[in-house]
Unconditional design. Structure first.
Length: 166
């Protein structure tokens, strides 16, 4: 009888551990959905993949824990494990993962974006010199550019004036 109770305790603890793993995977799924904000069809596919993964984990825990036998205490172990993870560890784990992702994002930005910014900055120096040289001439070019519109406008004005005089 004693080995039977110890065996049941072992199976309960294994399913409790399985429930903690399921809770952790659910947190990863929540973070993934928060980051990517999928549409309706993508959400359905992700839900399907999530439930397949959870089913595989639960089956593996049951097969390796007690040869695949489903008992009330095994189901209770999964629920208690997932619930205890959700109440005790979920916020800590989510905070840690999000902070880690933010740090990774900053590192990626430093590695990829900063060299590109430096290249653009290096390109600005010759442009500034060119602008300094051409700035006095730009005003004249702008005035010259306005001449055709001004001529058309003045011509219409004078044509209207002449037409009204007749």
């Amino acid at each position: 009888m004693w080995t039977y109770v110890s065996e049941q305790t072992y199976v309960f603890l294994v399913t409790l551990y399985g429930g903690i793993i399921i809770g952790f995977i659910y947190d990863l799924y929540r973070i993934f959905r928060l980051i990517f904000s999928p549409k309706k069809i993508a959400t359905m596919v992700e839900d399907f993949i999530f439930w397949i993964l959870i089913s595989i984990i639960a089956t593996l825990v049951l097969v390796f824990g007690n040869e695949g036998q489903i008992r009330f205490y095994t189901i209770g172990g999964f629920f208690v494990g997932a619930l205890s993870y959700n109440l005790l560890l979920s916020k800590i784990i989510i905070t840690f993962i999000v902070r880690t992702l933010v740090k990774v994002k900053k590192i990626i930005i430093k590695i990829i974006i900063n060299p590109i910014k430096k290249l653009f900055h290096m390109g600005k120096i010759p442009l500034r010199k060119i602008q300094k040289i051409t700035k006095p001439h730009m005003r004249k070019l702008k005035r010259i550019k306005k001449i055709p519109n001004r001529v058309i406008k003045d011509t219409r004005k004078y044509l209207k004036y002449i037409k009204d005089k007749k």
